[in-house]
Design a protein. Structure first.
Length: 126
C-alpha cells in the first residue's frame, strides 16, 4: 500500500512538472498548486487519468490494433493524449486548453512519471 501511494504521489509530481514546463512555454496546460485543496484535487486528477487509461484507453487501443501496426505505435500516443485531454477537461486540478496541449502534456507526464517512479523500490523487501 505504501508503494502504491508513493507512486501516486510521484505521478502528481510528474503532472506538476509537466504543467510547469507547459506553462513556461505557454502550451496550454496548467495545474493549480496554491493550496492543500488544490494538491488533493491533483491527486484526484491523476486517479482520473489512470482510470481512463485503464478502461477506455485499453478498449480503444485494442480496437485500433491494425491502425496502430500501420502507424508504428503513433495511434497509441494519440489515444493517450485523448485520455489526458478528457481528464483535463474534467477540471480536477489541471486544465488542458487544446488537443495539442494534451499531446505535449501527456508526453511530458509519461516521461517524468516513468523517470520518477524508477526511484520507487519494486517490493517491500528492498
Amino acid at each position: 500500500m505504501k508503494r502504491f501511494l508513493l507512486k501516486w504521489a510521484m505521478m502528481v509530481v510528474a503532472l506538476v512538472i509537466a504543467a510547469a514546463i507547459c506553462t513556461t512555454f505557454k502550451l496550454g496546460l496548467s495545474a493549480k498548486t496554491g493550496s492543500v485543496g488544490d494538491v488533493l484535487q491533483l491527486f484526484i486528477g491523476v486517479a482520473a487519468i489512470s482510470v481512463l487509461n485503464a478502461t477506455l484507453g485499453r478498449v480503444l487501443k485494442f480496437l485500433t490494433i491494425p491502425l496502430n501496426c500501420l502507424t508504428f505505435g503513433l495511434c497509441a500516443v494519440v489515444i493517450n493524449a485523448a485520455m489526458f485531454y478528457i481528464a483535463g477537461t474534467l477540471n480536477l486540478g489541471f486544465n488542458v486548453s487544446s488537443f495539442f496541449s494534451a499531446l505535449i502534456g501527456s508526453a511530458l507526464y509519461s516521461f517524468f512519471g516513468a523517470a520518477l517512479t524508477k526511484f520507487v523500490p519494486e517490493s517491500e523487501d528492498d
